[in-house]
Design a protein around this ligand. Structure first.
Ligand code: PLP
Length: 430
């Protein structure tokens, strides 16, 4: 039976899939079942950070698989400890790491951190915020996220996500989450509920067309969290660990001075091997039960866990990916070629491109509102279809944008080729 027919018969149809089956990859290129070659500017939706089949990754994977794949978190795992040390260095501030397996799960750890923080720490004294008296709240479990955000598909993930379409049919929605307008400080202040435990945001929103936060918004949100005794949490699942040309997505926006309380990662962290993780800041917090501990130790023994979190195999692969990013100078490559791609896209001067947004190799191309598409197909999908036929894989983002998220080791020639393909597809668009 053909792949499409097997899917039709045996796979739960949760995804809207393109009729394309990829069987091989090398660097920034992939091949389908019929042998056709594509430039992969989706990279598994920002996952394959050092490209396909990088020899260093293959070597680390096979070496560790032949040595020790899994032990459980009942025991110490040296590869996990060493990777944790590396990831703390990526953030550049003292803290600790919890390992899991996906982005939704990493965010789940953030929600649990926020709940425990709200339930077990001493609430802030009453303060005056923007002229309004905010009383100290006995129940502190509110988590504010943002319109247009995406935080994963678990029940708490869809409660956190600021898009109605992901929640539809899954009511009742997990309690305690609410959304505020993005990049709008007065709007955020007005939307903060009593009993705020945390504010969670993507420094660069990925799923609705690549929208970076402004550095001022990040700074003011940090100040608001401090005033309200709440945690500032960053979802860097798509924008973190090199994608924007910095280990920290928010730093590449010019907000180096902002220090969050916790950060979630997944996607590119192990270059395509499943892994999620959070960093939690080492900062003293006062417990209601008396005493002070570090926030990084709040999720103590028995409070959270997962069977596959931080296996020797996953950690060996992630370490190899970080090594390659460092040794091949890929943060610089992401900065340089991201800027080159952005300029080249703007230079196309196409009437179908309304705006090019993003940082490093996380780029969004917003299409003109009247970009033509077949009946029932969003313009973003229609363009991705045409690019695919022309040999370029890109990722739709919302109804009117496409994303370019190539591997961090993409070359200048590959960017030029992708710009040519996009330019000629747009030129043919009537
Ligand atoms: N958060 C962000 C910003 C994402 O982009 C994604 C995935 O697209 C997630 C969370 C969920 O990650 P996962 O699909 O690994 O659960």
């Amino acid at each position: 039976m053909e792949t499409a027919a097997l899917f039709e018969k045996f796979v739960v149809p949760t995804y809207g899939r393109f009729p394309l089956s990829l069987v091989r990859g090398e660097g920034c290129r992939v091949w389908d079942e019929a042998g056709a070659e594509y430039l992969d500017f989706g990279a598994g939706i920002a996952v394959c950070s050092i490209g396909h089949s990088h020899p260093r990754m293959v070597e680390a994977l096979t070496r560790q698989a032949g040595r020790l794949i899994h032990t459980s978190n009942l025991y110490l795992i040296r590869e996990q400890a060493l990777l944790a040390e590396r990831l703390v260095a990526c953030i550049g501030h003292p803290g600790k790491i919890f390992f899991c397996n996906s982005g939704a799960e990493a965010n789940e750890a953030l929600y649990k951190l926020a709940r425990k923080f709200g339930n077990e720490t001493v609430p802030p004294a009453p303060t005056h915020t923007v002229g309004e008296l905010v009383a100290a709240e006995p129940r502190r479990h509110g988590i504010v996220t943002f319109d247009g955000s995406f935080h994963g598909r678990t029940l708490a993930g869809i409660a956190a996500t600021g898009q109605a379409k992901v929640k539809k049919g899954f009511e009742p929605i997990v309690e305690g989450f609410s959304q505020a307008p993005f990049n709008d400080m007065p709007g955020l202040v007005a939307a903060v509920p009593p009993g705020l435990a945390a504010i969670l945001l993507e420094p660069i929103q990925g799923e609705r067309g690549v929208h970076p936060a402004t550095p001022d918004f990040l700074r003011s949100t940090r100040t608001l969290c401090d005033e309200r005794g709440a945690l500032l949490l960053f979802d860097e699942i798509q924008c973190g660990l090199g994608r924007t040309g910095d280990w920290a997505g928010w730093r590449s926006l010019g907000a180096d001075d902002v220090v969050p309380d916790a950060v979630s990662w997944a996607k590119g962290i192990a270059g395509g091997f499943p892994m999620g993780a959070i960093w939690v800041r080492d900062r003293p917090i006062d417990l209601k039960s008396g005493g002070t501990i570090s926030l990084a130790d709040l999720l103590g023994p028995g409070s959270h866990g997962t069977t596959f979190g931080g296996t020797p195999l996953a950690c060996a692969v992630a370490t190899a990916v970080l090594d390659v990013i460092e040794e091949e100078n890929l943060l610089q490559n992401a900065r340089d070629l991201g800027a080159f791609a952005k300029d080249s896209l703007a230079a196309l001067g196409s009437r179908w491109i309304a705006e090019v947004r993003g940082v490093g190799l996380m780029l969004g191309v917003e299409l003109a509102p009247d970009f033509p598409a077949p009946e029932g197909r969003a313009p973003s999908l229609a363009l991705v279809d045409q690019l695919q036929t022309a040999g370029l894989l890109a990722v739709p983002s919302g109804t009117h944008a496409i994303r370019w998220l190539p591997p961090l080791n993409v070359t200048r020639a590959e960017i030029e080729r992708a710009v040519d393909i996009l330019g000629s597809v747009l030129q043919k668009t009537a």
